[in-house]
Design a protein around this ligand. Structure first.
Ligand SMILES: Cc1ncc(COP(=O)(O)O)c(C=O)c1O
Length: 301
């Protein structure tokens, strides 16, 4: 980034370089910060947030699951996002919201205070890789997805992302772009920072919620696919199901549909016919071209 945008932090717009916390803050030194990320999209010179309302609900849910409370309501954060997007002239890009205990916590493990909130806009760039669509390679990670009885996996908590770091590092070290995890129950879970879909005999399949993050992109794809006549099954998938998939793709808010061209030593058609149909449908939705999903876009500036 050349000129740094401003940051909204605790009801103030401040320079990017001033958005800092003490090293011994609970959020950093104990890893208790939580966050959300969603895309901003443009049409006719206006900027919209994609399903910002759902992302803000998930932020509240994360806080609830962890027994935390934010200093600001979803409405206040939504207004902050709009103000920031306008101020930073953010077009296509992402919004990242981080909520954290900024206080030092050397001894006290349990803080009672409400979480500070910071909002960042990050413009699209080559490095950010938004909208990339070149098919990728993937493998099963040697790491399992966190068990939901150890930490709430529905929570978008920074500490959970140590698991994601290991999954990604393992995949890259072994020469793959991306790693997919199995849960400790042996069923397919998700990627490091993405949900996963496979196609078998024309049917779209994805692991059910419960042991994975409730991805908003996953939810969008399921709805768009069903609304357009595709059969979707949210069912437990075994390792063998994955090895026998006809098509596979992953998704997250930055990259709506990313086909997998190679899974371990198997080549896959990428995109295969079902994946290609979903890519086209989602591209149209994301270009604000499908009025059925108009309420998925909140005008920000
Ligand atoms: C573990 C994990 N799964 C799935 C996703 C995709 O979620 P979303 O579609 O809400 O970006 C993410 C990204 O946030 C993630 O971190």
């Amino acid at each position: 980034m050349n000129s740094k945008p401003v940051v909204w932090m605790n009801d103030e717009f401040i320079p990017w370089e001033n958005a800092q916390v003490p090293i011994l803050s609970h959020g950093l030194s104990r890893g208790s910060a939580i966050f959300e990320v969603f895309g901003t999209h443009t049409r006719d010179g206006q900027t919209f947030g994609f399903r910002m309302d759902a992302h803000l609900r998930r932020l509240e849910r994360t806080a609830d699951l962890l027994g935390m409370e934010l200093k600001f309501s979803s409405e206040e954060i939504a207004a902050a996002v709009a103000g920031l997007v306008d101020r930073n002239k953010c077009g296509r890009g992402i919004v990242k919201i981080v909520a954290f205990w900024g206080e030092e916590a050397v001894i006290n493990l349990i803080l009672e205070s409400k979480l500070d909130v910071a909002v960042f806009t990050i413009p699209a760039s080559e490095e950010l890789g938004l909208d990339k669509d070149a098919a990728i390679s993937a493998c099963f990670s040697q790491w399992r997805k966190l068990h939901p009885e150890t930490v709430p996996v529905q929570a978008k908590a920074c500490a959970n992302y140590l698991n994601s770091y290991l999954i990604k590092k393992d995949a890259i070290t072994r020469g793959y772009d991306l790693g997919l995890t199995l849960g400790t129950d042996g069923f397919l879970a998700e990627g490091a920072i993405e949900s996963v879909f496979m196609v078998k005999d024309g049917i779209l399949k994805t692991p059910p919620l419960g042991r994975i993050l409730a991805s908003i992109t996953r939810d969008s794809i399921v709805r768009v696919a069903q609304d357009n006549g595709l059969i979707v099954r949210e069912i437990p998938l075994q390792k063998q199901d994955v090895y026998e998939a006809d098509e596979m793709f992953t998704c997250h808010t930055g990259i709506k549909v990313l086909p997998i061209r190679q899974f371990e030593d198997r080549d896959l058609k990428a995109p295969g016919p079902v994946t290609e149909k979903i890519c086209r449908l989602m591209e149209n939705v994301m270009a604000l071209g499908d009025p059925r999903y108009a309420d998925w876009f909140q005008k920000l500036s």
